[in-house]
Design a protein around this ligand. Structure first.
Ligand code: ACM
Length: 763
């Protein structure tokens, strides 16, 4: 018996001190997961007798906690009273080093929050919030709420945990920005980068230049608006926000802007949640809205689109500097943030080279290239920022010219992988926002959350000292095709939770527990009226093959979801039939969608059912291992458009992946040969590519993943008899994504990489 007791106490000790989130604690669904967490015994109950003691420095944290308690229970905590068996206490500890760290001790008798800063105390309250029932969000009052005993010692892995929102391409109301800030705070994100100006709209009042908003904040509908309106036919989230449409002088105009006072209030709102707002006034490119209002800003008073980008403002005229400094002086007045973003991306510098003023200036200053001329502008603006005690941030193009090592670099161009390395080697601090996977305007698919979670912000090839210059990461939301608040919610949630955990917790092996915890977060998101992207349905393929018949088996990870379907091409609606043992016995196309209890429809899946017989294998003699590959230089619009002519080079490959030796931004590869399948069956192939890929097996189109896009998985099936089956894969890289992956499964089993030994080709 002694042994048994000993064993029990050892087990208990393991349970109590296990701080690994892989051990999934049912009641501790915290995202981001704390750095150290030890579950305790029992619950703390907040009721009408619970007291609160908080020093004044923690007023924000205490107010936030009281707000949640009030919503959840209908009463507030009794302030300033001690109660040894029923109290919440904030404690200051100046020895805590990390400015956002906190400790949280919950027992059956008390909650003690210990922090060295108001930010730390506030983060502790956001942790408490996630331990409280969802009723604290909805205001469904219970007389008491309880939360599990736990001991937490927590601090972030990265200092910069950012979200960006482009309010120029489409405009977002102040109330939406507040909602966005609230969601950031819930997940302990701390930097909100507001992209306030661009070609398509100027969104901030500048008193010295009123035409910036009088004219620059309004536009007639553009191509991007038209594309959104078209998509709205299938998805109402693409409807343009009516709030931002006006009728003036017989014209329908879209737009809007924030007054300085509105933005000052927003800054205070964010500061109360310990979030900095970082303003970006993008210069010298992306300035069309401003130039239309003030044509003197360009070198030749012209304002046009070049091949890719609009005309930039002129760095060779003092009036430009006067304008830029005046604008930024007002911006700095609104935004107290230490960081100010100057943009500096995508500048068509060619017209500068033709300008007499620029030729003269370059001669005078000894500037020998147009990128250096751009940085003459950036450098002078940095000196101006620094003179006001601020730090300049620029997109990574500013590395193309001479840049000071005190500027901060925001890396975005995935196809220039050495940019952040060069920046850190040069001594610049770097914020990582690579398009893949951190542009949240890219459509999400079933791999997006995992891709974000497993992203490593620190590039390889940095010394430990250089790695410290990578201060964090940020997701960007460009809104050309995001015309509504609902669509914006859908694009960033829930993938922001993966970014939050990456940047705060940074323990990649917690992924499985993260996915379990995420499932528990949806009810809170629902309560907060966030139009989150619902989890991907399990069992859906783009094309399914059946031989005689197939029962449609599709599940939602959310047990509360209802899956509805149509077979007549209509979009599934609340009144479409529920999917229950539906049997397919003739070729047809089924549309499916999950509905939340509140009736919110998730993504619509279109599944094509194709009837096939098992394809007979071919006989081939003298085959060798690997696939024959033809490489074509140049830009192709998609895998269906690869040239028929002679290849630029050929090689044999054992694997389906982009060869490491290929450095060109755009090219195509055709893989040809056989796949030697080990048994009869319906094979599923999963093809992920950026950009485009089409797979044929047994001369049957199996997966069509054509089109120019960020990494996207498509799947399809083919019925095969055991043996050698013809294999053809066409792949196109359009500009720097370099993603190509092929996996398979058979008869509904787990998916795996296609074994190299299956590939054969004629010698
Ligand atoms: C950018 O996406 N142009 C920074």
């Amino acid at each position: 018996m002694v042994t048994c007791k000993l064993l029990l106490s050892v087990l208990f000790l393991c349970y109590c001190t296990n701080t690994n989130a892989q051990e999934y604690y049912k009641n501790l669904n915290i995202i981001p997961y704390p750095s150290t967490l030890t579950p305790g015994e029992g619950y703390f109950v907040i009721n009408a007798q619970t007291t609160l003691i908080a020093p004044s420095r923690f007023v924000n944290g205490a107010a936030q906690l009281n707000k949640l308690v009030k919503a959840g229970t209908g009463h507030t905590l009794i302030q300033g009273k001690s109660n040894p068996t029923n109290t919440v206490k904030f404690v200051y500890d100046g020895s805590i080093k990390n400015p956002e760290a906190y400790r949280l001790n919950i027992t059956t008798k008390h909650i003690i929050i210990t922090a060295g800063t108001p930010a730390g105390a506030f983060h502790a309250v956001e942790t408490i919030r996630q331990l409280l029932p969802v009723s604290v969000e909805t205001g469904q009052k219970n007389t008491q709420v309880s939360l599990p005993s736990v001991n937490i010692d927590d601090q972030p892995a990265y200092a910069w945990r950012g979200m960006h929102l482009d309010v120029s391409r489409h405009f977002f109301s102040i109330s939406y920005l507040k909602k966005f800030i609230d969601v950031m705070a819930l997940y302990k994100m701390n930097k909100f980068h507001l992209h306030l100006t661009d070609d398509q709209g100027w969104r901030v009042e500048i008193k010295k230049y009123p035409k910036l908003t009088e004219q620059g904040a309004w536009r007639t509908f553009n191509n991007q608006d038209s594309a959104c309106m078209k998509r709205a036919a299938d998805n109402p989230d693409f409807n343009m926000d009516q709030k931002h449409i006006i009728h003036k002088n017989g014209k329908t105009l879209y737009g809007g802007f924030y007054t300085q006072q509105q933005l000052k209030d927003l800054v205070a709102y964010a500061a109360n949640r310990h979030i900095d707002i970082i303003p970006e006034i993008d210069m010298p490119g992306h300035m069309m809205a401003a130039i239309n209002a003030y044509p003197f800003l360009t070198c030749d008073s012209q304002n046009k689109w070049g091949e890719l980008f609009s005309t930039p403002i002129c760095p060779c005229s003092e009036t430009t500097f006067e304008f830029a400094k005046n604008v930024y002086t007002e911006i700095m007045d609104i935004f107290p943030s230490k960081y100010i973003h100057i943009g500096g991306d995508e500048v068509d510098r060619r017209d500068w080279g033709k300008s007499e003023a620029c030729k003269e200036l370059m001669k005078r200053e000894g500037i020998t290239s147009l990128p250096d001329l751009q940085n003459y502008f950036i450098d002078r603006m940095e000196q101006f920022f620094n003179s006001k005690g601020r730090k300049l941030i620029g997109w990574d193009e500013v590395l193309e010219g001479k840049i000071s090592s005190t500027a901060m670099i925001m890396y975005w161009r995935s196809w220039v992988p050495d940019a952040p390395v060069k920046a850190a080697q040069h001594g610049n601090q770097v914020i990582m926002t690579p398009g893949t996977p951190l542009y949240f305007d890219n459509p999400a698919d079933k791999n997006s959350i995992s891709n974000v979670y497993h992203f490593n912000p620190v590039p390889q090839n940095l010394t430990a000292e250089q790695a410290k210059l990578i201060i964090g990461a940020q997701a960007n939301i460009w809104t050309e095709y995001i015309p509504s608040e609902k669509r914006a919610d859908y694009m960033y949630m829930p993938r922001m939770t993966a970014l939050a955990e990456l940047l705060w917790t940074n323990k990649q092996d917690y992924y499985k527990s993260y996915t379990q915890r995420l499932v528990q977060q949806y009810s809170r998101l629902e309560a907060l009226n966030i139009n989150y992207r619902q989890p991907d349905l399990e069992g859906v393929l783009d094309t399914r093959v059946f031989i005689t018949s197939d029962t449609v088996k599709v599940n939602s990870p959310l047990s509360t979801s209802a899956i509805r379907y149509t077979t007549n091409g209509d979009l599934p609606g609340q009144n479409s039939p529920l999917l229950r043992n539906y049997v397919v016995n003739h070729p047809q196309t089924i549309k499916l969608a999950a509905f939340t209890p509140s009736g919110k429809r998730g993504d619509i899946y279109t599944v094509k059912y194709v009837q096939q017989t098992l394809a007979q294998p071919v006989t081939a003699t003298g085959v060798a291992t690997g696939l024959a590959a033809n490489y074509y230089k140049g830009f192709f619009k998609g895998a269906s458009g690869i040239t028929q002519g002679a290849a630029d080079s050929t090689f044999v490959t054992q694997t389906i992946s982009v060869p490491a030796s290929v450095k060109a931004p755009s090219f195509a590869i055709k893989y040809r040969g056989y796949i030697d399948v080990p048994k009869d069956g319906v094979y599923t192939f999963y093809l992920t590519c950026d950009d485009s890929g089409i797979l044929n097996v047994a001369n049957r189109e199996t997966v069509n993943n054509d089109g120019m896009h960020s990494p996207m998985e498509k799947s399809g099936q083919v019925a095969l008899k055991k043996g050698l089956q013809p294999f053809a894969l066409d792949f196109v890289e359009g500009g720097g994504g370099y993603t190509l992956k092929l996996q398979y499964s058979i008869n509904g089993n787990e998916r795996e990489d296609v074994p190299e030994s299956w590939f054969k080709h004629n010698q």
